[in-house]
Design a protein around this ligand. Sequence first.
Ligand code: SAM
Length: 262
Amino acid sequence: MPHKPASIERTGLAPLRIASAHGGTSITAASRLCLSTIDRHPDLIQGRGIEWGSGTGILTVAAATHTGVDFVLGLELDAAEVAVARTNAELNGVADRTGFLISDSYDPLPGQDLATLDALRGSSTFLIANPPTSAGDDGLGWRRRVLRGALAYLVLGAEVLLQVSRQYGTSRTERLAADVGGYAYKGALETTDWVRFDQSRYDLREALDWYAAEELRSGEPYTFLHPDEDREVNATEARRLREATDASPRTQWRMHRLTRLG
Ligand SMILES: C[S@@+](CC[C@H](N)C(=O)[O-])C[C@H]1O[C@@H](n2cnc3c(N)ncnc32)[C@H](O)[C@@H]1O
């Protein structure tokens, strides 16, 4: 049963009405940054696009409200989220320009309408993704899979809007494009103010543990801002501070632009 829709403000545009499948936490500060990036850069989202990991559908729905966007397909593993995303598309009057599939990455589950995704093969002009942190590696494993899988769908010159937060650092973020191949990294589009990397959230707590392990393995630091002081700390120190005082380090959510190369 979807939760009652919340009104999500947008700059210069009518608010969105977004219900969530799992209560009030589905729309995070990172989701809001992705939303404002879409709204501030409508020139980058034109034509037919894919959103990887669409959750409530907030970003797919937002993209579909822009002039020049013909169709957006949200791919999402969680069936309850897909159901609520379809409701949200209807609530916001874009059901005819959106589709949602229960899909493990770019592999729709049995019973899903494969033709909708197939129609985007080699013809998508944009991709939007706010993926989860991956476990047991540098945290960017899902982003590499998102980019690698999208190669089959994006036309040359297609735009990619990808959320990668500040703690990864510029080198790691730039390297994503080189690691996968087929993309040029074009820089950060939008950044939030400093936000707590909230260690009471299980996923962010686990992410900090993985970062500290990876830092030890690779020797390449992650960069946070100290919980209270105006100085940077690496993941190992941020973790030590959390263990000692329960404090959360600070970071910034960031939306980046890549383009598809030949
Ligand atoms: C950080 S949330 C972003 C949700 C939404 N796009 C937003 O910005 O509010 C990441 C989403 O990716 C979905 N996801 C995780 N693994 C996935 C997979 N293998 N295939 C498709 N979606 C996946 C999660 O269920 C979740 O909804």
